[in-house]
Design a protein around this ligand. Structure first.
Ligand code: ADP
Length: 278
């Protein structure tokens, strides 16, 4: 069910009380995160730098076990109170700030390597790659080397690769933050088209409130680190959305107002030794 088309499904990803500390670290990286993502939803996570957004995605991808808390995906418990309780994790696509393509392999090979690694049957590779290249408008670059592509084209390949492995959901960690704003706007629109066409579930991390309001069905607002989700906003604005839409600007303004205190903008600087008090 695609939330963008008006449906609301059951909790697809359910996270409760998730806490994580990096080995040897004095302080927690995240502290008691609760999060609910519905099937087919475009769910954004917004928080200040260092609050634990990437850490949360790392745990969701199965790369790190939390110290405490529960993660359930599609009704299957994955982690409970620091223990991994499922042998196999649902397959997820992952997209990072940089496209992370293999530079010595063509675009087509970058996709087939991902298909092979994900055990997608070989007879499906050609059709899957052709469909994705068409969907992401990069057919002309199938046999190009990544280094000969623009930043935007490389990101299109990375989106195609995340979709290629037939993931249960896709995690995106600030995927457009290194692109110029015009290219990023094109790619956001294309990502939304692909998302609506495929009905996939996306968890999208960003520190940009504007980007989250443009993209998301829901926005989970995190506190500063060690972070937890302190507010969830549902964005019911019609799609396709326009950056100039005053109702989106209003939502953005309201979220900025909410996070000012949570992110510590009203805090007084701490007095340092030697500061004059008189
Ligand atoms: P965000 O993605 O919101 O910027 P991160 O998840 O990267 O935040 O980091 C959360 C906290 O964990 C930060 O305090 C960061 O310094 C710390 N951290 C991140 N990665 C590591 C690591 N590999 N080892 C130790 N601490 C880490």
């Amino acid at each position: 069910m695609n939330v963008a088309e008006g449906g609301v499904g059951p909790g697809f990803i359910e996270i409760a009380g998730l806490t994580f500390r990096y080995p040897g670290a004095d302080v927690l990286a995240i502290s008691g995160v609760d999060l609910m993502v519905q099937k087919g939803e475009f769910s954004c996570i917004v928080g200040p730098s260092g609050c634990g957004k990437s850490t949360l995605l790392t745990i969701l991808s199965g790369l790190a076990a939390p110290e405490a808390g529960t993660v359930t995906i599609e009704g299957h418990e994955i982690y409970k109170d620091g223990r991994r309780t499922a042998e196999e994790l649902p397959r997820c696509g992952y997209m990072f700030q940089d496209a992370r393509l293999l530079p010595w392999r063509t675009v087509r090979d970058n996709l087939t390597i991902a298909l092979k690694a994900a055990d997608v049957p070989e007879e499906r590779w050609d059709d899957t790659v052709a469909d994705l290249l068409r969907m992401l408008r990069i057919e002309a670059f199938a046999d190009s080397w990544p280094l000969n592509l623009s930043g935007g084209q490389r990101h299109r390949v990375a989106i195609a690769r995340a979709l290629a492995i037939e993931p249960a959901f896709i995690l995106m960690d600030e995927p457009f933050s290194t692109l110029d704003e015009v290219t990023a706007r094109f790619l956001r629109t294309e990502l939304l088209e692909v998302w609506q066409r495929t009905g996939t579930t996306i968890v999208f991390v960003t520190h940009s409130i504007r980007e989250a309001v443009f993209l998301g069905d829901t926005i989970n607002l995190m506190t500063k680190g060690p972070g937890m989700v302190f507010d969830v906003r549902r964005i019911d604005a019609d799609r396709p959305r326009a950056y100039e839409d005053p109702s989106l600007a209003e939502i953005e303004g309201s979220i900025v107002g909410t996070v000012l205190e949570a992110w510590g903008y009203y805090e007084q600087p701490t007095a340092r030794p030697g500061d004059s008090t008189g």
